[in-house]
Design a protein around this ligand. Structure first.
Ligand code: ATP
Ligand code: MG
Length: 489
C-alpha cells in the first residue's frame, strides 16, 4: 500500500462509527439509569410513607387516650417499645400555644429545641390540625435519607395538645441506588468492549471492499483496464463495486476500439501508398525507357503510351474512389434528395454493364413486380452503387453464366443481385465491406477493394441496408432494402 493511502486512526470509518455508537450507548444507559432510580425512589418512598402515616395516626390516637386517662407515666415505655419494634424514631412534642398542652412527662422533644430546624414547619402544621410529611436525603439530624410524618395529638376538649412525628430512615435506598449505579457502569463497560469487537468486524467488512475499490480505481487511472474489484455483495457496496467493474469494462472496450482505429488508420495509409506505388513505378519505368530513346519502333512506343495511360486511369480511379469514400464517411455530408425511379437507374446500368457482360457471354436477367420503384435519393450515387455490385458479379463469374436482378416492392423496396460465380468463403463475408479488402485472383488484378466500401456508404446515406449471402462455388447474392417514396398526384 502507498504511504498516502494510510488514513489517520481518528479519521477512519471504524473510529467514527464507534464514537457515534459509544456516545449513543452512554446516553441511553444514563437515561435508563436515571429513570430507573427515580421510579425506584418514588415507589419506595410512597410505600414507606403510607405505612408510617397509618402508624402515626394510630400512635396519635393512643396518645390522646393516655391524656384522657392521665396515664402520663406509661408513655415513655410505650414509645420505646414501638421504636424498637418498628425501627422508627418517634418524637412527641407538646404544643406551647395550647390551653392544656400535653404533659411534659409525655414529651420526647421540646418545641423550643426544635425551633430553627427544618422540622418546625411540619410540627406547626400538625399543631394547626393538619397532618404533614417531609422527605430529605440528609439534614442537620440525620446523615441518611429520611421520611417524616406529623400527626396532631388531641387533648382535653379535642384541642391539639401536641404532635407526634415519625422519622423513618431509608438508608437502604442509598445502598440500592449505589449498587445499581455500579451495575450500570459495569454493564456500560462490558457493552462498550463487546461493541468494540463487533464494530471492528463490521468496519473491516466495510473498509476492506472500499480500499479494494480504491485500488481498482487507481489501477484504472494508471491505464490498467484489466483490473477488476472482484467484490460480490448484495448491498450498496456491492452495487458500487459492480459499477466500478462496469466502468473498467467500458474503459477496456474503448481502449481496444481506440487501438483498432489507430491500426486501421495505419493500414489505410499503408494500403494507399501501396496502391499508388505500383502504377507510379510502371509509369516511371516506361517514361525512362522512352526518354533514353532505346525503344524507337512506333508500335512499341504506342504500346508503352497505352500502358502509361491505363496506369494513369487506374490512379485516377483510385484517387476518385478515395475522395468519394471520405466524402461519404463524413457525417456532415448529405446526398442529393430527389425522387428517383430505380427502373431508370437500372436502364442506365444495363447500358454500361451489357458491354462488359457480353465479353464473358454473361446474361443479365431482370425480374420486377412493379412498373416503377420510386425512392428518395441521389440518382448518380444509386447508379454507382448498383454498378459496383454488378461489376463484381460479372468479374467473379465464369463465362456463360447468368446474373439475376430482382426488384420487389411492398412496404419496402427490395433489390437483390445474385450471380452464379465463385462465391465468398464464410469467414471472409464479414470483411468484404472493409476498405482495401480484395481477392488476389487474376481476374481482380485491377481491383482496389474500395468498391463494396463505397456501395455500403451510399446505401447507408440513403437510409437503406445492404446484406450479403454467399456459398463457395455456387454464387453470391447482395440484398438491398430501401423505403419507397409515395408519389403524390
Ligand atoms: P474494386 O475496388 O475494383 O471494386 P474489388 O472488386 O476487389 O475492387 P470490392 O468490390 O470491394 O473490391 O470487393 C471486395 C472483395 O469482395 C472482392 O475482391 C472479392 O473478393 C469479394 N467479392 C465481392 N463481390 C463478389 C462476388 N459477387 N463474388 C465473389 N466475390 C466477391
Ligand atoms: Mg468491385
Amino acid at each position: 500500500m502507498h504511504k498516502e493511502n494510510r488514513v489517520h486512526v481518528f479519521n477512519r470509518l471504524f473510529f467514527k462509527l464507534y464514537l457515534n455508537y459509544a456516545v449513543m450507548l452512554l446516553v441511553t444507559a444514563v437515561l435508563i439509569g436515571l429513570i430507573f432510580m427515580k421510579l425506584y425512589e418514588d415507589t419506595t418512598m410512597n410505600d414507606n410513607l403510607d405505612k408510617i402515616k397509618s402508624q402515626a395516626a394510630g400512635i396519635s390516637k393512643r396518645m390522646s387516650e393516655f391524656i384522657q386517662d392521665e396515664k402520663y407515666d406509661e408513655v415513655t415505655d410505650y414509645i420505646k417499645d414501638l421504636e424498637d419494634i418498628n425501627g422508627l424514631d418517634i418524637w412527641t412534642i407538646s404544643n406551647p400555644l395550647a390551653v392544656f398542652p400535653m404533659d411534659e412527662e409525655m414529651e420526647t422533644n421540646a418545641y423550643a429545641d426544635l425551633e430553627g430546624t427544618d422540622y418546625i414547619s411540619i410540627i406547626d402544621s400538625a399543631f394547626h390540625n393538619i397532618p404533614d410529611k417531609r422527605t430529605t436525603y440528609k439534614d442537620e439530624l440525620y446523615d441518611v435519607p429520611t421520611i417524616t410524618v406529623s400527626e396532631p395529638i388531641y387533648g382535653i376538649n379535642r384541642e391539639v395538645a401536641g404532635a407526634v412525628l415519625l422519622v423513618l430512615e431509608v438508608d437502604g435506598l442509598n445502598k440500592v441506588i449505589q449498587s445499581s449505579l455500579q451495575l450500570i457502569v459495569i454493564s456500560i463497560i462490558v457493552a462498550l468492549a463487546i461493541s468494540f469487537i463487533i464494530i471492528i468486524v463490521f468496519a473491516t467488512e466495510l473498509s476492506l471492499p472500499i480500499s479494494r475499490m480504491r485500488g481498482t480505481a487507481l489501477e484504472l487511472a494508471s491505464g490498467n483496464y484489466h483490473s477488476k474489484t472482484g467484490i460480490k455483495r448484495n448491498d450498496e457496496l456491492g452495487d458500487l463495486a459492480k459499477t466500478v467493474d462496469i466502468l473498467s469494462e467500458k474503459l477496456l472496450e474503448n481502449d481496444i476500439q481506440r487501438k483498432n482505429l489507430d491500426q486501421m488508420r495505419l493500414d489505410f495509409f499503408a494500403n494507399v501508398s501501396h496502391e499508388l506505388r505500383t502504377p507510379i513505378a510502371v509509369i516511371r519505368a516506361y517514361t525512362e525507357t522512352l526518354v533514353d530513346g532505346v525503344v524507337k519502333e512506333t508500335d512499341k512506343v504506342n504500346q508503352y503510351y497505352d500502358r502509361m495511360l491505363s496506369e494513369c486511369k487506374s490512379m485516377e480511379r483510385l484517387v476518385g474512389d478515395l475522395m468519394l469514400l471520405s466524402k461519404m464517411q463524413n457525417p456532415d455530408f448529405s446526398i442529393e434528395k430527389e425522387p428517383v425511379d430505380l427502373i431508370q437507374v437500372f436502364h442506365n446500368i444495363m447500358r454500361s454493364a451489357s458491354a462488359i457482360a457480353e465479353k464473358k457471354n454473361i446474361t443479365i436477367q431482370v425480374i420486377k413486380d412493379s412498373p416503377d420503384y420510386w425512392m428518395i435519393g441521389d440518382y448518380e450515387r444509386l447508379r454507382q452503387m448498383f454498378m459496383i455490385i454488378l461489376d463484381n458479379a460479372i468479374k467473379f463469374s465464369d463465362e456463360n453464366r447468368t446474373v439475376h436482378i430482382n426488384l420487389s416492392k411492398s412496404d419496402k423496396i427490395v433489390v437483390t443481385i445474385r450471380d452464379e460465380g465463385i462465391g465468398i468463403e464464410q469467414a471472409d463475408l464479414g470483411n468484404i465491406f472493409e476498405k482495401f479488402y480484395k481477392s488476389n485472383l487474376r481476374q481482380n488484378a485491377s481491383g482496389t477493394g474500395l468498391g463494396l466500401a463505397i456501395a455500403k456508404q451510399i446505401s447507408l446515406k440513403h437510409g437503406g441496408t445492404i446484406e450479403v449471402k454467399s456459398t463457395l462455388g455456387v454464387g453470391t447474392e447482395f440484398i438491398f432494402t430501401f423505403l419507397p417514396y409515395q408519389m403524390e398526384f
